[in-house]
Design a protein around this ligand. Structure first.
Ligand code: SAH
Ligand code: SF4
Ligand code: F3S
Length: 439
């Protein structure tokens, strides 16, 4: 039996697509190898969001080349956003690659593997959602559900519109049915995925749909106890979506709302289509309807032309909002994006790293302060498995998406009540409430 190994880089969308690749390969009779060295088919699902992502991946690719030199029968495949963004150059620059495909052509991998052709092939036209393919879930009780592909926004720093193409929503009924099947298989938590989830459905025909309708429909499915989604766009964050967090029991008390920058001028140059006020107004609306909701974000520092005063506005927003967590990035110029042309205004690297340090300090301090509200409370935790730091303890997540390391006896996939004892910016600790077991 032939064996495959997949290395996944990038966002949840890639994790989702990799699960589909694995499921598809198993349906072709392949099995998963525990390590790259043992695989006949070495696959990479790639990301190109920042320069570092590219660099990391290329060193893995050379590792695969070394393995292929030892055994030339090995097949090397490269899928995902990096593959899409460099297209046919892949074969020129990395001639040892056998097959390359973009995010919309995962199924083509099967076509390649089952054809007689031995020549290298590339597949880069969007043809369909991987949601149709069989999946192999990393966790039994959690599933990714891709609700749309692509992105119609034009954020000036971002490579995604060129790697994932125009936005297409999957049919409403098809998604509801997919979640129903997942629930019948034991899935308790779903994460709805899209680059801009809250623009879901506006162009569906014959009947346009709203993202909040989808939340209602998924909430109504028996067995689904937690619904998450990523990422919503602040410009499209409407009140009906925010209310769904208050009104629907399974919609989690967590919203990841990417800020990117605190200065309206920078946001404009980023083409984010909202300003600081609109963002703060969304936060206020969330706090009004869902007071305990965790809010996390993405922030870019050192965008071309960002002045010290503008960066200070980002710090102000971080102080004012008090995010429960944030992913922070140094601006990285990407090929074929508008901002990559603003060369004259590039912020020197030392300035970027210095701003980054100040930002991380503020983010972590505020997140730590925010997390103190959980100490002394008893929270529902969905158990993932053993704690990463101490295998004698368990690890799970609260509805706020906070990681909890705790003492307890529960099995992965169970919901338990945990009394929270301590909180840092990153995680909580506690112990399983014995009362919850008795009940
Ligand atoms: N569609 C999602 C995010 C996709 S990329 C959204 O719009 O929220 C995830 C994050 O990477 C972005 O939110 C942004 O903060 C960061 N990012 C994207 N392009 C970048 C670049 N060129 N340099 C630095 N960070 C970037
Ligand atoms: Fe990129 Fe902006 Fe689309 Fe997000 S919304 S994927 S940041 S272009
Ligand atoms: Fe990376 Fe593509 Fe996701 S560039 S972040 S894998 S959409």
């Amino acid at each position: 039996m032939k064996r495959f190994h997949v290395t996944t880089f990038g966002c949840q969308m890639n994790e989702h697509d990799s699960e589909r690749m694995k499921g598809m390969l198993e349906s072709l009779g392949y099995s998963e190898a525990p390590a790259r060295e043992e695989a006949d088919l070495i696959l990479f699902n790639t990301c190109s969001i920042r320069e570092k992502a590219d660099e990391r991946f290329v060193s893995h690719l050379y590792d695969a080349r070394a393995l292929k030199r030892k055994d030339p029968e090995r097949v090397i495949g490269v899928g995902g956003c990096w593959a899409q963004s460099v297209k046919d150059q892949v074969f020129r620059d990395y001639p040892f690659v056998d097959v390359a495909f973009g995010p919309g052509q995962v199924h083509k991998l099967a076509e390649f593997l089952t054809s007689d052709s031995l020549t290298a092939q590339g597949f880069f036209e969007f043809e369909g959602f991987t949601g149709h393919l069989p999946g192999k879930r990393a966790r039994d009780v959690h599933a990714w559900v891709q609700i749309s592909a692509g992105c119609n926004m034009k954020c000036s720093y971002c490579i995604v519109p060129s790697t994932r193409g125009r936005e297409v929503s999957r049919p409403f009924e098809e998604l509801v049915e997919e979640v129903r099947v997942l629930a019948s298989e034991g899935v308790r938590e779903v994460t709805l995925l899209g680059q801009n989830v809250n623009s879901y459905g506006t162009r569906l025909r014959p009947e346009p749909r709203k993202f909040s309708e989808l939340l209602h429909a998924v909430d109504a499915i028996d067995g689904i106890e937690r619904i998450r989604y990523t990422s919503p766009h602040p410009a499209h964050m409407t009140e009906d979506v925010i209310r769904a967090h208050a009104e629907l029991e399974s919609v989690c008390q967590h919203i990841h709302l990417p800020l990117q920058a605190g200065s309206s001028r920078v946001l404009k140059r980023m083409r984010r289509t909202y300003g600081r006020e609109r963002f703060m107004d969304r936060v206020a609306l969330i706090r009004e309807h869902v007071p305990d909701c965790a809010i996390t974000t993405d922030i870019i520092v050192g965008f071309p032309g960002e002045t010290e005063a503008e960066f200070a506005e980002t710090l102000e927003v971080v102080e004012e909002v008090g995010f429960d967590g944030a992913f922070t990035f140094i601006y990285s110029p990407r090929r074929d994006t508008e901002a990559a042309e603003f060369v004259d205004e590039f912020v020197p690297h030392e300035v970027q790293t210095e701003r980054m340090e100040r930002l991380v300090e503020a983010v972590q301090r505020r997140a730590r302060e925010r997390a103190q509200r959980f100490v002394g409370r008893t929270l529902d935790v969905l158990v993932d498995g053993p704690s990463r730091y101490d295998p004698a303890r368990l690890r799970g997540r609260t509805t706020h998406n906070k990681v909890v390391n705790f003492d307890g006896l529960a099995a992965p996939g169970e919901f338990v009540s945990v009394e929270i004892a301590t909180a840092t910016s990153q995680s909580l600790t506690g112990s399983e409430s014995l009362l919850s077991r008795v009940a």
